[in-house]
Design a binder for this molecule. Structure first.
Ligand SMILES: [Zn+2]
Length: 416
């Protein structure tokens, strides 16, 4: 059984904390899970229900075949959706992946279900990482939003829920607080209030990739402040036509999951589900605001990770060398808009690296939806593919991937 203790609120050193003690019997984990923000927004933390602590335990419970017990209270709607749908869906998905049958589908237990509405939570939030997904939501729901007034963004946010790395925790926290400055400045430009929330939530998932759990983790941060949020727009990772129950990549089943995690007080919305990433880049790339502020780069996370060999020393906002920069630079090139972004991307190494990256896209297009999307976009726009060179690179990459895969399997089999 995973037990979630009564949520508590405390304030120290100018920050307000919402925390609950977690006992995870099967894995012998007994730890506080906490969220923290500045005192001004601490008053919106929701101590009345344990919803924020339930969400990160969903996959933990599925993975370890344990039920969840909530000592205090939780939202009736969330309780219903978990027991009537989500746990069934995720247990069956996990069965397919691992072959391990469940004796019983995982359940959540709670004796105190609440459906009371808060009166003043009229805010609409979205993340402000300043990447492609984030800008596409801001453009759709703030600048281009005459027709849907109750969906108009009122606040921008940044959460430390795993996006800044997890293996090196203090480095991740340092990256997060550095990024806060950039996001807050941008929110000030738009005249929108900015909310940050720090958390130790990612440390409950040390063995899994962020792709596995980011929807649960970010939505749990949102539910920690149900007294603020009426609606929260979470940028979709993929377009809805790629909906698939794949336990390794929660973005693929977000169109199903996100509404299921909503409560009576906070509606969670997967935003821009009708756009592929290439559509999003096309949608935002002519805007001056984006041309000056688009920030897709991983350099900050890389800089604060002492195990990383590569550190960017240039002065550009985007290093032009990490995988997220490459992805965006190729898309801009496909759209014929790279000249608009020369001031914020470092293009020095790109001419040499571009062909190899295109070959990677071609090789990976059937395994990775991001590559698939780029590849489709190249075909749609008649992007010239230097076929002979690509063929050579294709084999080079394909062979090196094969070697890596055989090496990984050998390591696993021989336990070294
Ligand atoms: Zn970069």
């Amino acid at each position: 059984m995973i037990k979630i203790g009564h949520p508590q609120i405390e304030t120290k050193e100018g920050k307000t904390y919402l925390k609950a003690f977690i006992n995870n019997d099967a894995e012998n984990v007994n730890e506080w899970l906490w969220f923290a923000t500045d005192e001004a927004y601490g008053k919106y933390f929701c101590q009345e229900t344990s919803d924020a602590f339930v969400l990160p335990m969903i996959l933990r419970a599925v993975k370890t075949h344990q039920d969840v017990y909530v000592e205090s209270a939780m939202s009736e709607r969330l309780f219903h959706n978990l027991n009537e749908s989500v746990f069934y869906a995720m247990c069956k998905t996990n069965e397919k992946k691992t072959g391990e049958k469940y004796k019983n589908i995982v359940k959540i237990h709670c004796d105190n279900l609440i459906s009371k509405r808060y009166e003043n939570n009229n805010s609409v939030g979205t993340g402000c990482s300043l990447g492609v997904d984030s800008f596409a939501v801001i453009k759709r729901y703030f600048f281009n939003n005459e027709s849907l007034p109750s969906y108009k963004i009122t606040h921008l946010t940044l959460f430390n829920a795993g996006a800044f790395g997890s293996k090196e925790k203090e480095g991740a926290r340092k990256s997060f607080f550095n990024e806060i400055e950039r996001s807050k400045k941008f929110a000030d430009k738009l005249g929108l209030p900015f909310v940050w929330v720090d958390s130790n939530i990612r440390s409950f998932f040390p063995e899994f990739s962020f792709d596995w759990s980011h929807t649960y983790l970010n939505m749990s941060v949102v539910l920690s402040m149900q007294k603020l949020w009426r609606k929260y727009l979470y940028a979709s990772g993929y377009s809805v036509d790629h909906l698939e129950f794949d336990i390794d990549d929660c973005a693929k089943y977000e169109p199903y999951l996100i509404p299921m995690l909503s409560t009576e007080n906070t509606e969670l919305i997967s935003a821009n589900m009708n756009m592929r990433r290439s559509d999003k880049v096309d949608f935002i790339s002519d805007d001056k605001m984006v041309q000056e502020n688009l920030y897709v780069c991983l350099k900050e996370q890389i800089r604060n990770n002492p195990n990383s060999k590569y550190v960017y020393k240039g002065n550009y906002l985007n290093c032009g060398q990490c995988k997220k920069c490459h992805r965006t630079m190729l898309q801009l090139d496909i759209l014929g808009k790279e000249d608009l972004y020369r001031n914020i991307f470092d293009y020095v190494k790109w001419p040499k690296e571009k062909e190899e990256y295109i070959a990677e896209v071609v090789v990976g297009k059937d395994k990775d939806l991001m590559y698939h999307d780029l590849y489709e976009s190249m075909l749609e726009h008649g992007y010239p593919l230097p076929l002979f060179k690509l063929k050579l690179l294709y084999y080079k990459i394909h062979i090196s991937w094969k070697i890596r895969s055989v090496w990984r399997r050998m390591k696993k089999a021989l336990h070294f």
